[in-house]
Design a protein around this ligand. Structure first.
Ligand SMILES: [Zn+2]
Length: 171
């Protein structure tokens, strides 16, 4: 949370566009924080995006077959169902970059990162600053009691913490 993941994804989108690649930007339909048709960083930078309910839509859609590079934000919303469609996109030669939270507010590894990280050609872990001590942040801590694994949260719902300061949600 608040570490700059979407900013890094946007940087890669801009690089691909500058290189003349056909780029498709995708976001989960469940993430409605900023409207349906763009990805937005916490500092307000916006990039147009297609909102999908499942990544299977990308594999089945002929229009997406022309994309050289597909960038998917908030990939954890798709959980393990993201893995097969991403493998299908890679198999047909599409480059894929994803951004999301790799540890949930219980402190567990967040699917699909358990499956994607071993397959990835590059993994970048981006750290913000721990809300309590200022050390590099690795976790997202839920500020109020909740049992759902996926919560559409913004400023005020979560804080970024380091592993030492992290207090996991109770199940
Ligand atoms: Zn800390």
């Amino acid at each position: 949370m608040f570490a700059g993941k979407t900013t890094e994804l946007q940087r890669r989108i801009a690089l691909a566009q500058a290189a003349g690649e056909r780029v498709l930007v995708v976001k989960p339909a469940r993430d409605t924080r900023y409207g349906e048709s763009e990805i937005v960083t916490h500092t307000g930078v916006r990039v147009p995006a297609r909102s999908v309910a499942t990544l299977d839509e990308l594999v089945g859609d002929i229009a997406n077959a022309s994309a050289d590079f597909i960038a998917i934000d908030e990939i954890h919303f798709f959980a393990s169902e993201a893995v097969a469609p991403i493998e299908a996109l890679l198999a047909r030669g599409t480059r894929v970059a994803v951004a999301g939270c790799d540890i949930d507010h219980f402190g567990d590894v967040f699917a699909p990162f358990d499956a994607l990280i071993p397959r990835a050609s590059e993994v970048v872990r981006i750290h913000g600053a721990c809300h309590r001590c200022g050390a590099p942040s690795t976790h997202s801590e839920r500020l109020s009691a909740v049992t759902d694994r996926i919560i559409v949260g913004g400023i005020g719902d979560f804080v970024a913490t380091c592993g030492a300061c992290f207090r996991p949600s109770r199940r």
